[in-house]
Design a protein around this ligand. Structure first.
Ligand SMILES: [Fe+2]
Length: 354
């Protein structure tokens, strides 16, 4: 079922069943003034100076559902084929009951791999019974997960920063933002609206960004931001896309929040985030350079037929093909490579970005 039509029915259930409890317990709208908090993990480059990050997104897994077999096979095959140094799942991990068992099962290949990994939750991950906190707690209990507990005063659960360490200090940061699910806006009670990144999350990111910059001799530490729901600014970047750099599949309009969170503007001020990496829109896997030079990057849909997916039109095969996105970093280099890897190993759209 197409996501928009599904949400027409599910949105209000989602708002009252999952968002409200999370706001009252593991998050608030108040900025945290106690400092940036811990870094979730400080990871090293390999001895050869490379670091490979694998991104899964939108597995929409339901255990014991034959429609999910392709998603589980995709995750297992990608881990074996890529042999990454770190894995990030950008959300919509599950898509039905039993939701906690489904999360455990689709994330088990990561847990058994010995590779460190982290998640940032999607809008569907807390709408099938478990609260967002319960889902995040279950995920954090699995081996290899580096996510830290929800931060007091910071909206959402899955906000974390992971750094990549070189011989002279931190060379790169990966910021994970919890883009939550849906929100009811005053005067728009009948309208569906995805949630947006709140000021407390901006404050949390800014504090980490400033500390990393100070520890880096005053220079911003190059970073990538990972979140499930794209930021609004991707829409303007797309309007200008015919004159700009866009590589990959673009079979669906972006579905960001209606609310401009201010996060993009803060990225510009901090001058560290090079790319905003998302999931959410299953029929897109493109890389788009916005007018400011910040890249908008979609992961490759890693799920299967529990939810809409039409990337089989991409010309490789009539068959629907799941996959993942890979990032490769090199010690001492500010740029990075990224490509889409299809299930089975075919590489598409390998790019070197600065
Ligand atoms: Fe999704």
């Amino acid at each position: 079922m197409k996501r928009r039509s599904f949400l027409k029915d599910a949105a209000w259930v989602s708002v009252f069943a999952s968002v409200a409890p999370v706001i009252s317990s593991c998050s608030s709208l108040t900025a945290n003034n106690k400092g940036p908090g811990p870094v979730a993990a400080r990871l090293p480059f390999r001895d050869n100076g490379s670091f490979t990050l694998l991104q899964f997104t939108d597995t929409h897994y339901i255990c014991d559902d034959p429609r999910s077999e392709r998603a589980l096979a995709c995750v297992k095959e990608a881990l074996e084929g890529v042999k990454p140094d770190f894995v990030i799942h950008t959300g919509d991990i599950v898509f039905g009951k039993p939701d906690l068992d489904s999360a455990r099962e689709i994330l088990m290949p990561l847990a058994e791999s010995g590779i460190p990994w982290a998640v940032t939750l999607g809008n569907h991950d807390s709408e099938f019974g478990a609260t967002r906190e319960e889902m995040f707690s279950l995920i954090r209990s699995l081996p290899g997960c580096v996510n830290t507990p929800p931060k007091e005063g910071v909206y959402g659960c899955s906000n974390d920063v992971i750094t990549l360490q070189g011989p002279n200090g931190t060379e790169r940061a990966f910021y994970l933002f919890d883009s939550m699910d849906t929100v009811i806006l005053r005067g728009m009670e009948e309208e569906h609206c995805y949630d947006y990144i709140r000021h407390s999350q901006l404050g949390w990111y800014k504090a980490h960004s400033e500390v990393l910059q100070a520890d880096n001799g005053g220079q911003p530490v190059p970073a990538l931001a990972f979140l499930h729901i794209p930021l609004r600014e991707i829409e303007r970047a797309l309007w200008e896309a015919p004159n700009r750099f866009l590589v990959g599949n673009n079979f669906e309009e972006p579905c960001p929040s209606r609310v401009n969170s201010g996060l993009f503007g803060l990225f510009l001020e901090r001058q560290d985030v090079q790319a905003i990496v998302t999931g959410h829109d299953h029929d897109c896997d493109y890389v788009l350079r916005g007018e400011t030079g910040i890249y908008f990057i979609y992961g490759r849909f890693s799920g299967s037929d529990t939810v809409y997916n039409h990337l089989g039109r991409s010309g490789v095969s009539e068959e629907k093909i799941s996959g993942c996105r890979v990032f490769r970093f090199r010690q001492g280099q500010a740029g990075f490579k990224t490509w889409v890897r299809l299930q089975g190993g075919e590489v598409q759209n390998e790019l070197e970005l600065m």
